[in-house]
Design a protein around this ligand. Structure first.
Ligand SMILES: Nc1nc2c(ncn2[C@@H]2O[C@H](COP(=O)(O)OP(=O)(O)OP(=O)(O)O)[C@@H](O)[C@H]2O)c(=O)[nH]1
Ligand SMILES: [Mg+2]
Length: 349
């Protein structure tokens, strides 16, 4: 899974990227190329399972973070700059918009204005795709006298109106055929979005948090600069530093949690002597799909999933005890995987 970090120039995107991944990329530099790094998905449940099963290795789930270069709003830095940089965000699964809430000594922060500006830039970038497509359909029709796909012209006209009003496409209700049709287009405003309010050491004003939440987005408020320093510390020093600052959960965890939530993802685990591992599936995934996340053979030859919840397993203390307590169930193809399930797939190919 990939998450794109984007926003206006000098809002602290690279600082946040470093805080999450420990990549140590240069900040305060601008730049025109994106930074990329893979970060572990921290999960205390997996740590506990590893302590229980003592495997040769622990494998966390991972997220690839893409630090998209910042842009000036169209009209100031010139139309097109934003759209060009936003191309780097076309392939990601979710967007995290960083909003400056700290005073940089040059301009006072204007978080609400900034959110509006970026929403508009994203809509403009999508509008360009929609208009190209509408033009192309018209040309094809004229040249080849081709019969239109029944739903596409009407849908794209609807998209054009929505985007011209500066509204995100994700606010539209699409039926199954329409959803399928747009899946090839990588629209930015269709992607789930997290708003990251980047404040000073003393945090972000509650009104700003409410305003961001009112936009219907997942909101994370943090101070990227402090969190970046955290990423450079040892595990022990970090715990102390966090306690001193009164930070309960570091930014990296909160960003991961918000991303999972925005994308509607669930974690399940596999355990054993070789490895304890966390896996990711979308909410609503059935057992064979979870098996397929591990290996396509497991999905193809799926028979049953031996299933125990994380809570039941850790309460029992071992797999043998969980079995004795009748906590391990055999689930079939129609079983919907729950967050925290520990699965052992039985299969035959
Ligand atoms: N006070 C304060 N300064 C910050 C914070 N986050 C970042 N900065 C500073 O803001 C400046 C820009 O940070 P970057 O992380 O490079 O910003 P960016 O969004 O990646 O910038 P571009 O890639 O050029 O768009 C640096 O000097 C950072 O130290 C913060 O939370 N508080
Ligand atoms: Mg940067």
């Amino acid at each position: 899974m990939e998450v794109g970090i984007l926003g206006l120039k000098f809002t602290g995107k690279t600082t946040l990227f470093n805080a999450i991944t420990g990549a140590g990329a240069a900040t305060g530099q601008g730049g025109i190329d994106p930074n990329r790094a893979v970060g572990h998905v921290p999960d205390p449940r997996l740590d506990r399972l590893t302590a229980m099963f003592n495997p040769k290795r622990q494998v966390n789930a991972s997220i690839e973070w893409v630090d998209v270069p910042g842009f000036e709003p169209s009209g100031e830095g010139g139309v097109g700059e934003a759209t060009k940089f936003l191309e780097h965000a076309r392939r990601v699964d979710a967007l995290a918009q960083v909003v400056r809430c700290f005073d940089n000594g040059i301009a006072a922060p204007d978080p609400e204005g900034e959110m509006e500006t970026v929403a508009l830039e994203l809509a403009l970038a999508d509008l360009q795709i929609v208009e190209n497509r509408i033009e192309r359909m018209a040309k094809d029709k004229a040249r080849m006298n081709k019969v239109d796909n029944a739903i596409e012209p009407a849908l794209f006209e609807r998209f054009r109106e929505t985007l011209e009003a500066g509204t995100a496409l994700r606010t539209l209700e699409l039926n199954k055929d329409e959803t399928k049709l747009v899946s090839g287009f990588t629209f930015l405003t269709l992607k789930p979005m997290i708003i990251v309010l980047n404040g000073d050491e003393d945090g972000v004003a509650p009104e700003t948090v409410s305003a961001a939440q009112a936009m219907g987005a997942e909101v994370v408020d943090l101070c990227a600069k402090v969190e970046e320093e955290l990423a450079e510390l040892s595990e022990e020093e970090r715990a102390e530093f966090l306690a001193d600052l009164g930070i309960e959960t570091p930014a990296a965890h909160r960003m991961v949690r918000a991303s999972y939530h925005a994308l509607g993802l669930r974690s399940f685990f596999t355990v054993g002597e070789d490895e304890c591992r966390a896996w990711t599936v979308r909410a609503g995934a059935l057992a064979p799909e979870a098996a397929g996340a591990i290996h396509s053979d497991l999905e193809r030859g799926f028979i049953r999933a031996e299933t125990v919840s994380y809570d039941a397993l850790t309460t029992a203390g071992s797999m043998a005890e969980a079995k004795k307590a009748n906590e391990v169930r055999l689930e079939g193809k129609a079983y919907e995987v729950q967050d925290g399930d520990v699965l052992n797939i039985r299969f035959s190919v």
